[in-house]
Design a protein around this ligand. Structure first.
Ligand code: ADE
Ligand code: ZN
Length: 348
């Protein structure tokens, strides 16, 4: 066991910024900054229902998940060509490198694009090329997770999987996102069973706004290896025990939860409680261009609001590696690098 050194309160922000970390819950379409949305709209001749960057930014006042998704899908409508997907992902990777993210598992929503006539090849190849360049130019390791939109049908999810299969080697797993309430996991049980046969990792959004039952069903009916969000688990003691005992990671997104009114503010967020209950909790940014901050901003604001310290910082960063879909040797190397950052800061 690594003994976390004592770190003074004024050293904590620097530690949070500098510690190596993995990001496991990041929708790449949610990294489109308003400036890039307008630049791509101009490049592609797409008209937007907003007159300016400022007007678009002013629309970012959400009351729940659906009010956000409506604007998020409108923003993604400017993405047409392979180069657009590359540019969007590279912009994220440049920010990720600044935040000392050494590994990112990116969600992408092919149906948002194929429904507009964009070939799935443009989506996947553009994102894949950016992942390659992130590794070689920025030292950020990155992989892709294809998400099915749960407000669409099972048939559409199967058709999307079929279209994606020629690019099977370009993504490591599948996820489930979009409007949660009313679209329970069971709707996608057969698609996920097929994905399991194909050797794909499986994750699912569950318990963001939806009930604990959706988390049980994501585990039992979808075979989910991680739960995205999962914060509603606190309302079910048996579920909390299972998540802890089976070490099923939760990819929690603090700023997202506040912006989408899941919690009134960060001081009320239940992440410290989930950690205390022994769950494998991680911190993530979800859709940072829409929710007011990238990964380090999530850490900094959460720690300032809750009073958590170096021990929790270490656990959260170590959890991000434990929960990642990487080879054990790679994970171990990052954990050693993490321990080095803590030791160096304590010695300084
Ligand atoms: N798609 C993008 N962000 C999402 C979120 N927070 N929940 C569900 N679907 C999403
Ligand atoms: Zn999400």
């Amino acid at each position: 066991m690594f003994q976390v050194p004592r770190v003074s309160a004024d050293q904590l922000p620097s530690l949070l910024r500098r510690m190596p970390k993995a990001e496991l819950h990041l929708h790449i379409e949610g990294t489109l900054e308003p400036e890039l949305i307008f630049a791509l709209a101009r490049r592609n001749g797409v008209s937007l229902p907003y007159a300016s960057v400022e007007e678009l930014r002013q629309a970012y006042a959400f009351s729940n998940l659906q009010s956000f998704l409506d604007i998020y899908y409108a923003g993604a409508s400017v993405l047409l060509r392979e180069q657009d997907f590359y540019d969007m992902a590279m912009a994220y990777f440049e920010r990720a490198a600044v935040d000392h993210i050494v590994h990112a598992e990116l969600f992408f929503d092919p149906q948002t694009h194929t429904e507009r006539g964009v070939p799935i090849a443009s989506v996947i190849e553009g994102l894949h090329r950016a992942c390659d360049d992130a590794r070689s130019k920025l030292g950020v390791d990155a992989t892709l997770i294809l998400c099915f939109l749960r407000h669409l049908s099972e048939e559409s999810a199967f058709a999307t999987l079929e279209q994606a299969l020629p690019y099977r080697h370009r993504f490591i797993g599948v996820g489930l996102d979009s409007s949660e309430v009313g679209n329970p996991p069971e709707k996608f049980a057969r698609v996920f069973a097929r994905c399991r046969e194909l050797g794909l990792h499986r994750v699912a959004h569950a318990g963001e706004e939806g009930p604990p039952r959706y988390i049980w069903d994501a585990l039992d009916l979808l075979g989910a290896e991680r739960i995205d969000h999962g914060v509603q688990a606190v309302h079910d003691a048996a579920l909390m025990q299972r998540l802890a005992a089976e070490r099923i990671p939760l990819t929690v997104c603090p700023l997202s939860n506040v912006r989408l009114c899941v919690f009134p503010d960060l001081s009320q967020h239940n992440l410290p409680r989930l950690l205390e209950a022994g769950l494998v909790v991680t911190v993530n940014s979800d859709d940072p261009a829409y929710f007011g901050g990238y990964l380090n901003e999530n850490f900094l604001q959460l720690f300032a609001a809750t009073g958590m310290g170096a021990q929790e910082a270490y656990t959260l960063a170590a959890n991000s590696f434990a929960a990642s879909f990487v080879a054990p040797a790679t994970r171990q190397a990052w954990v050693l690098e993490l321990q080095g950052t803590f030791s160096d800061l304590a010695a300084a």
